[in-house]
Design a protein around this ligand. Sequence first.
Ligand code: FPP
Ligand code: MG
Length: 287
Amino acid sequence: MTSWISEYKYSWLEKIAINVIKCGNIPNHIAIIMDGNRRFARSNNIEKIDGHTKGFDKLAECLKWSLDIGIKEVTAFAFSIENFKRSDKEIEDLMTLATYKFEEFLQENDKLKENGVRLRVIGDLSLLPPKLQVVVSKAVLETEENDKLFLNIAFAYTFRNELISTVQKIIENNDSHTCEINEELIGSCLQLQSTPDLLLRTSGENRLSDFLMWQLSSSTLYFTNILWPQVNIWNFLAGILHYQLITSNSSDMRPNLKVPLSQNSQHMLATINAAKKKDLILMSQNG
Ligand code: FPP
Ligand code: MG
């Protein structure tokens, strides 16, 4: 196991609860807004950054639980573009923590490969310090072939920012005006293609805060008052149970299958994706 996937040891009661929950419908993809780290720090008389570090450890526990429950994809909101408005000290500390964690990720690569973890980082990486850009892009490229647990970290992300840059890219690549601008094209150009089945947000805030606004349109939402670092497996299972209760009472609310992209749009998408990959490789070589 690794620092990214905790070595959580289950009690016998927790094992039974997991087996019971696994008899129901398990969300394929969960999205998490990890909120409440600073309130946790304040109430425990520790530094803000220690609250964020505990928050990272909780993410590693959630990844272990997700692997064992059979959840295939986890998308976690780690840093919003709005968070750049925080104090210089907190931003610097968070960037240092993230750089350290992604360095660890690279060192643990063999073990992450064994667990089939594929990392993607969504957001505007150009806003990050150069050293963090290098480790993040290396970590993403290193795990490209893995396919058991898809881990998406939203870092320097807001949906509005992503939508603007997506539309800009489409306009740049559509100079002959041959591609129809429609839902399928915009959706296919976003960084995250899959839609979460369940969104979990902690700390009593009932908002989406510009997280995956496109992808969450039909997801089940679960809000809990618990602060993120305090989440335990029972809170996590309660979120899944909520999903099971909601989905057992409703027909499939997810959008219908996509209309296929036209040939011109497919060509444009391939060009945009090739440029993204090239940028990532260049970023990884800057260190
Ligand atoms: C929200 O709580 C948390 C954050 C803004 C940062 C979350 C970051 C981590 C868990 C570390 C992630 C690092 C990696 C590499 C994934 P808050 O600060 O808004 O707390 P508050 O709501 O109590 O003020
Ligand atoms: Mg907060």
